[in-house]
Design a protein around this ligand. Structure first.
Ligand code: S3P
Length: 443
């Protein structure tokens, strides 16, 4: 595999073409992070298959090793974690480097706040700019001692061995904040309850249950009692819906004879993009897969998509948290769809690996797509052929992949700058994209 490194790595995508056949994208990032972390604090062994060997999850893996967890990787996608139990983590000698991974940093805050030792969390240029107070605030209410710098990393945690359970209403729908509070709640006195303003991905709740923790759900509230033990288990990680998203859009644009995506995780808290594309008129069929190896409460399906005539839509705000990572790909579909597409209520996109609203607006403008950047969304006038030109990805993996897919509807070549971070979530993107039919090179 040709893995691009450094800021100078660029994609060059030739215009037009079709996609066809079947493909399997790599394992789910959210589930891979969680399987490592829960495996690390469980008693006994956890066997993970279908693990995402991307940079983000490898940062989590290395951090757990630095915290004293034995982890073996007999194969790139197969991981064996020898759990140390709820109290077994030990201090790392150095700051823990989370790289580009917001999920790793935020979940580790919850995991490391209730410990008998101190920890410091750092990351790359992008992560060092991202907001961490959203996690530090509820953890402090639990009694944690956490310092951020202007709300951002480095995050300095003074371990507080026992926290106290809280009742916390999340100000924004965020699975990372919810998960951090629940993980801290495992080492807290009493119950910890989190109430969400809208559903966010529930992988932590599903996986805690698989590790033997009793998770209580009532409406928008999820709760755990402190002191519960986790027991190691096996986890088969499904293919990542968020990676499949790029090929779902590619299929809508250019799969004359259909494109089949295999074994994709279709947890309903993740699949808002299916609804949004169907609202646009996309021809997408979901075939549930019966599982031989349990994916620990996570539904899996083969997804079939065909080229269709898309029309612009007003996206219901309720779908936004259910498709939060898929907007870069969706905006490309909107650029091709006939008429106007409007997304509002998506302020969270401004604090992802890049400001995704601004980055997509800028890139679409380069391609000649009329759009209006709103404070919390984007208005796109689609339906004309896309042009070409040089796009800045801002080091954001999903911006880079979204514009690679846009090449299918373009009239001229597209060059996308600074694409090395594609390896954080989708190692092998280039090879899979080429096999599907995209004419894409690293230059
Ligand atoms: C994630 C939650 C989402 C998502 C991120 C992964 C997770 O972030 O954008 O890529 O694994 O919990 P928020 O919780 O900040 O919305």
């Amino acid at each position: 595999m040709t893995t691009p490194t450094g800021k100078s790595a660029c994609y060059r995508v030739e215009p037009g073409g079709t996609v066809a056949g079947e493909l399997t994208v790599p394992g789910d990032k959210s589930i891979s992070h969680r399987s490592l972390m829960l495996g690390g604090i469980a008693a006994g062994r956890t066997e993970i298959t279908g693990f995402l060997a991307g940079e983000d999850c490898l940062a989590t893996l290395r951090a757990l090793q630095a915290l004293g967890v034995r982890i073996e990787r007999p194969e790139p996608q197969r991981v064996r974690v020898s759990g140390v139990g709820l109290e077994g983590l030990r201090a790392a000698d150095v700051p823990l480097d989370m790289g580009n991974a917001g999920t790793a940093m935020r979940l580790f805050m919850g995991l490391l706040a209730p410990r008998a030792f101190d920890s410091t969390l750092i990351g790359d240029e992008s992560l060092m700019r991202r907001p961490m107070e959203r996690v530090a605030t509820p953890l402090r209410l639990m009694g944690a001692d956490i310092r951020t710098h202007d709300g951002r990393p480095p995050v300095e945690i003074r371990g507080t061995p026992k926290l106290r359970g809280i009742d916390y209403a999340l100000p924004v729908a965020s699975a990372q904040v919810k998960s951090a509070v629940l993980l801290a709640g495992l080492n807290a006195f009493g119950h910890t309850r989190v109430t969400e303003p809208a559903p966010s991905r529930d992988h932590t709740e599903r996986m805690l249950t698989a590790f033997g923790v009793e998770v209580l759900r009532q409406g928008a509230t999820v709760a755990v009692a402190g002191g519960q033990r986790l027991t190691g288990t096996s986890v088969a990680v499904p293919a990542d819906f968020s990676s499949a998203a790029f090929f779902l859009v590619a299929g809508c644009l250019a799969a004359e004879h259909g494109l089949l995506l295999r074994n994709v995780g279709v947890n309903p808290t993740r699949t808002g993009l299916l609804d949004m594309l169907r609202l646009m008129g996309a021809d997408i069929r979901v075939h549930p897969v019966q599982q031989d190896v349990p994916s620990r409460g996570e539904p899996i399906a083969d997804i079939e998509v065909r080229k269709s005539r898309l029309k612009g839509v007003r996206v219901p705000e309720s779908l936004v948290p259910l498709s939060i990572d898929e907007f870069p790909a969706f905006f490309v579909a909107a650029a091709v769809a006939e008429g106007e597409t409007l997304v509002r209520g998506a302020l969270e996109l401004r604090v992802k690996e890049s400001d995704r609203l601004a980055a997509m607006a800028q890139g679409l403008t380069v391609l000649g797509v009329e759009n209006q950047l709103l404070e919390d969304g984007l208005r796109i006038k689609g339906g004309k052929d896309l042009g070409g030109g040089v796009i800045e990805s801002h080091g954001d993996h999903r911006i880079a992949m979204a514009f690679a897919i846009a090449g299918l509807a373009a009239r001229r070549p597209i060059e996308i700058r600074d694409v090395a971070n594609v390896a954080t979530s989708f190692p092998g993107f280039l090879e899979i994209a080429r096999a599907a039919g995209l004419q894409i090179e690293i230059s």
